[in-house]
Design a protein around this ligand. Structure first.
Ligand code: FAD
Ligand code: NA7
Length: 457
């Protein structure tokens, strides 16, 4: 029998999790593993965690994937994404604070990847152009643009794993008068450096993670004022003077924004923190997941297997309280289905399982419920495979603390410390207020004198 062949689309944390899952099986002595090809648009692994100064198109004319910006620090405690088989202590050799900047977190998540074992599967600068399924031959054909050779290439596969992320294509709303606004109008996807807005009156539209964090960054780096305009619910934090929340923007007149409560305000720049579209331009309608940012997209059995096409697997398509551990749990489960260690049930049973999760999801009516919901999802996956067990429920409890800490002080929650659920190590404290630590480089952060905590928490 010829070997099965798998295409993994994307080498961000989700795609890498899939590669690692197969590598773990190889190391465990599993024979006759499928042949794997991973296609990646960028020229490195890491997905969203690769900071890029570029906006618009990359050097090959492809849409820039990155939405991360300078001065981005982890938006949740690092203890909630710690791997049970690779602790922060093991990586850094000492305790560090709970909220590291991007470069430090990236160093950790990439630290356990055996590049030698993984890189050989990845074809860089190969954006996927088109995927098709031939029913009669039961094969996918995947066409990529190989920018290194300047030629398009097509290959055939038994499985396709879509791991291309979903925080990259801006959802950009329109407001009357925006075309006459004299300042810069951009989406959070193109935000790179808060210093650009020093001394400016800034309007942020949207009231979720991007608005919350970009408001904090811009306040930290000297914006004159930040106004956050919400459509459904205000973020509701006690913002410092200079940051305020207003209901929805209705229109703009020149540089003046009008809001539905009848108030107005002058602005120098507008950032649409209005979320992202799920965009799979390389997939035909019958294979394309159509969803929005939520904790349980419909039509995915176990949150992964596309309804009507169980050899088409989506990873990391959920909104994320948990991140890397969840991608791993998914990747291990997907691997075991591909290796026939886990049998998928009949179509009707799969649908009933999806419905069950969707019903549970509907019953969540608080962020704490939502955290428990995602923890429950991950627990089910972890229990089904040999993925190293990790204390998902304890990490969920930390996420609930994180929510309270943000409520207590949105500008200082990154000064809080948590105890590792893996090693029991208590994080060290930042030596100064987060607002006063402006250097987010790896070297700058790691050379800070972190403060050991004596009290046991
Ligand atoms: P991605 O990281 O987006 O990777 C997808 C990969 O697919 C990319 O490498 C991309 O180049 C590639 N790709 C896309 N299209 C194609 C194509 N057509 N062909 C080939 N390759 C393609 N998570 C946290 O845990 N902590 C945080 O603090 C945090 N902060 C965040 C801040 C921002 C601004 C954003 C946007 C996200 C943040 N996240 C954070 C969530 C983050 O998305 C996940 O941590 C993680 O990167 C998701 O991994 P992924 O592999 O699913 O997707
Ligand atoms: P999210 O979490 O998907 O949130 C999008 C926000 O944008 C949300 O508050 C929406 O309001 C708002 N939105 C969407 N469309 C509009 C329009 N037309 N007008 C006003 N407001 C709108 O995206 P984020 O970018 O904040 O976070 C995504 C990830 O990036 C996250 O996981 C982080 O890790 C970083 P709604 O509540 O729907 O009314």
């Amino acid at each position: 029998m010829s070997k099965q062949k798998i295409a993994i689309l994307g080498a961000g944390p989700s795609g890498l999790a899939q590669l690692r899952a197969f590598e773990a099986a190889r190391r465990a002595g599993v024979e006759n593993l499928p042949e794997i090809v991973c296609y990646e648009k960028q020229n490195d692994i890491g997905g969203m965690w690769n900071y890029t100064w570029r906006t618009g198109q990359d050097k090959n004319g492809e849409p820039v994937h990155g939405s991360m910006y300078r001065y981005l620090w982890s938006n949740g405690p690092k203890e909630c994404l710690e791997f049970s088989d690779y602790s922060f202590d093991e990586h850094f050799g000492r305790a560090i604070p709970s909220y590291p900047p991007r470069a430090v977190l990236k160093d950790y998540i990439m630290g356990r990847i055996d590049k030698q074992a993984i890189l050989k599967y990845i074809r860089f600068e190969c954006p996927v152009r088109w995927v098709e399924y031939d029913e009669s031959r039961e094969k996918f054909s995947v066409t990529v643009m190989n920018h290194k050779t300047g030629e398009q290439e097509t290959d055939e596969f038994d499985y396709v794993v879509v791991a291309t992320g979903h925080f990259s294509t801006p959802n950009m709303p329109y407001f009357d008068g925006v075309e006459q606004f004299p300042g810069r109008v951009l989406h959070a996807h193109d935000f790179r450096d808060a210093l650009e807005f020093e001394g400016k009156n800034l309007l942020l539209v949207g009231a979720s993670y991007s608005a919350e964090d970009i408001a904090s960054q811009c306040y930290k780096y000297g914006a004159k004022s930040v106004t956050i305009s919400y459509r459904s619910n205000a973020l509701g934090f006690e913002w410092p003077e200079g940051v305020e929340e207003k209901p929805l923007l209705t229109h703009l007149e020149g540089d003046v924004g009008h809001f539905i409560d009848g108030t107005t305000r002058q602005f120098d720049a507008i950032i649409m923190c209005t979320g992202y579209l799920f965009n799979f331009p390389f997939l035909p309608d019958n294979l394309r997941l159509k969803t929005h940012n939520c904790l349980y997209p419909d039509n995915l059995y176990k949150g992964m297997f596309f309804e009507g096409h169980d050899r088409l697997i989506y990873l990391g398509m959920q909104d994320q309280y948990f991140t890397f551990n969840m991608f791993d749990a998914q990747a291990w489960y997907a691997r075991d289905v591909i290796l026939n260690r886990i049998q998928l049930p009949e179509v009707a049973q799969r649908r009933a399982d999806i419905d069950g999760w969707l019903q549970r999801y509907q019953q969540t009516d608080s962020c704490n419920d939502a955290i428990d919901f995602q923890a429950g999802y991950i627990r089910e996956l972890v229990n089904a495979t040999d993925y190293p067990d990790f204390p998902v429920e304890k990490q969920a409890a930390l996420l609930k603390e994180w929510l309270l800490d943000k409520q207590e002080n949105i500008m200082a929650f990154r000064e809080k410390t948590y105890r590792s659920t893996i090693t029991g190590t208590l994080a060290t404290e930042l030596p100064a207020a987060w607002l006063d630590i402006k250097d987010d480089t790896f070297e700058g952060f790691m050379s800070l004198e972190f403060v050991e905590q004596k009290a046991s928490a």
